[in-house]
Design a protein around this ligand. Sequence first.
Ligand code: MG
Length: 337
Amino acid sequence: MQLTYRPFELELKHPFTIAKFSRTSTPLLLLQLTHEGYIGYGEASMVPYMGESHLTAVDFLSKVNVRQFKYPFDFAEIISYLDGIAPGNPAIKAAIDIALHDLEGKLKQQPCWKLLGSDPQKMPVTSFTVGIDTPEVLIEKLKGAAGCKVIKVKLGRGSDKELIKTIRSVTNTPLYVDANQGWTDLQQSLDMTYWLQEQGVVLIEQPMLKTDLDSNAWLTERSPIPIIADEAVQRLPDVQRAKGIYHGINVKLMKSTGMYEAHQMILKAKELGLKILIGCMSETSCATLAAAALAPQCDWADLDGPFLVSNNPFKMPEFADGKWVLRDAPGLGASAK
Ligand code: MG
């Protein structure tokens, strides 16, 4: 097996602002594993606040011995091998895991979603995210959401109601709300959940600091709409800890170290009665298709990466009725442009 990779800067169509920062591009590492004439594609999306970069990714890869990856792949063993090299580094581990899943599908001549037991008929609609912005820019951004059946909006900068009212002035599309830990006052937050329910909001992501378990649990107990853990949940052991504090969890491949552990997290969440949102970072079609392969096992999807970027090096996957379409192509179904 041969491993190759290249750094890539993924450009965003609009500067992306959330409760704590703003950015215009995201460093990626695009990775390929070649075996018996097949190429498995993988991708690490390294959003700055997660602490990974081109440098850390390349350093991690320099320690990976591809001879550890024996087909048929034992993904549990592979993740534990990667965790043994260094803790953290979830995005570069995800790139390897995604490429191996793609490769496995191609070697077995089966689509990844089928190997993971997903039913394409159960694919949830995916949301289109708009960052925090002025009303004029927001309305402009919403034009890019045509075809999407849900809009996700980033709150937490003190002008939350104005932002929602601006969106409601142009569309009645259901909303997901992400506060990115930006809410602080308990009673105001609870009042806000009721107000948001009246505005057609379906769920709220990470309202308060991930370390403030009591406040998140207090709000979850009283909120009329589901409260979903995002920053508080990264890998499998975090799922158990979310029980009793949140209604559900946001699973992302770039936090979970890829498809194998994301799948384990989904199974665990179901066992615990937690709802599941599958989300993404700024990603190309490659990681989006990897998450889409698991999305039918989740309650909601927020897989809008390819809509928000301007230099996706892969072809745009098929999108219909607000949903990604899973096809019978072996592996992920990602093809380079
Ligand atoms: Mg979030």
